[in-house]
Design a protein around this ligand. Structure first.
Ligand code: APR
Ligand code: ZN
Ligand code: ZN
Length: 361
């Protein structure tokens, strides 16, 4: 059997997205059909639409999603129809060296659903990040589904599927922020403020938010920043040093992805501190550093992949903290919109006053 559902499709480079009817097959072996309840609008969706990821148009956009499993294919035991799940980008293999070490965010053999969703004329769709959840239903590998407490709001829960998990994970998993630490977060978009929330969860004593936009700094304060620095008006490194007794922060999280902010992060850490890179640069970006500075600083320099998260461990835990009122995921939901308003949400993204627009179905 197949299902005809409404979905947001990017047909060609730079062209506005359109709401279309698509065909979703019933789940095959190892797959799950998920009825989507909510899906956040992320910069990566816009990137796909602009051809910045690859040229496999048409794309089925949307990847920060939560919903209810409608049916599962042969051999699926981890999730069952009726489960409320958060989707993640990739099912891991469980058998490669990375998986066996318990670091499955480095898995070499990740996969998505094998069957293709199509347009009505049979054209195969490429689901963004292997998900494609701006749709009433989508088909994923069952391993992309993580069951969480169904009393959580779907709009808030779905955000853990990407940017918010990347930020929280950069702080708690990659940076291993500890009680009493000083933490600086450079770049306070969705990812950066999530890192601020994560630093607070971990018990940081000082959380310094850095951005060039005062509105972002206001949001950062709402999510728990204890200090803010506008780096357009101040030298970020000096300001962070000053706020940390001249030492630099124990953990510096870079959530922009540009050479100048990578450099700030490098120099703003304590000699024994940790730099966590979560902002993704473009291929042509370069940074030159005196080798003596590279050698002369101890500590560590790490990049964070999807918050170095284990969905099966981190999603249910963070949802529980959310339901206990200890993690304000609702604060990330600036507005809820309908499926046909994704294009408008892309436009609003550049205005700087939106953390996340979330499609609620
Ligand atoms: N210094 C400080 N902050 C900056 C600078 C700068 N030079 N340039 C931009 N910013 C701020 C912006 O004002 C904005 O608040 O960085 C923030 C970036 O936020 P978003 O564009 O909302 O991006 P976000 O979704 O948070 O992702 C940030 O993390 O995972 C990666 O791919 C993602 O590279 C991206 C980064
Ligand atoms: Zn995303
Ligand atoms: Zn693996």
């Amino acid at each position: 059997m197949t299902h005809q559902v409404r979905a947001v499709v990017a047909r060609g480079k730079g062209a506005p997205v359109s709401l279309e009817t698509i065909i979703v097959p019933d789940p095959g072996p190892g797959e799950a059909l998920v009825k989507i309840e909510a899906c956040g609008v992320c910069h990566t969706d816009l990137h796909y639409r602009e051809g910045g990821i690859n040229d496999d148009f048409p794309f089925l956009l949307g990847h920060e999603a939560a919903g209810v499993v409608e049916s599962v294919g042969e051999g699926v035991t981890d999730v069952a129809p009726g489960d409320f799940v958060i989707l993640n980008w990739r099912a891991v293999c469980g058998q490669c060296r990375a998986c066996l070490r318990g670091e499955s965010w480095y898995c070499f053999n990740t996969h998505n659903a094998k069957q293709k969703m199509t347009l009505l004329d049979g054209t195969e769709l490429s689901p963004a990040l292997g998900i494609g959840a701006f749709a009433e239903k989508t088909l994923v590998a069952a391993g992309q589904c993580t069951k969480v407490d169904p009393t959580a709001s779907a709009a808030a829960a779905g955000l853990l599927g990407c940017g918010v998990m990347a930020g929280i994970g950069a702080a708690i998993n990659t940076g291993k922020v500890g009680r009493g630490d000083s933490v600086a977060v450079i770049g306070c978009g969705g990812v950066g403020v999530a890192a601020i929330a994560g630093a607070n969860l971990a018990g940081a004593a000082k959380v310094i938010a850095v951005d060039i936009d005062d509105r972002k700094l206001e949001t950062a304060e709402k999510l728990g920043a204890t200090h803010t620095v506008n780096s357009k008006e101040n030298d970020a490194v000096e300001a962070i040093r000053e706020l940390t007794g001249g030492h630099g922060a124990d953990v510096v999280i870079e959530a922009v992805g540009r050479p100048e902010t990578y450099k700030q992060a490098f120099y703003a850490r304590d000699l024994a501190g940790t730099v966590v890179l979560v902002g993704v640069p473009t291929p042509e970006m370069k940074l030159e550093l005196p080798l003596l500075d590279v050698f002369g600083r101890g500590g560590s320099l790490k990049s964070s992949w999807y918050g170095d998260c284990l969905p099966s461990r981190d999603f249910p835990m963070l949802i529980d903290l959310y339901l206990q009122g200890r993690l304000d995921l609702d604060a990330f939901v600036t507005e809820t919109i309908a499926l046909d308003e994704v294009e408008k949400a892309f436009e609003r993204m550049h205005h700087g006053d939106v953390l996340r627009s979330v499609v609620v179905l």
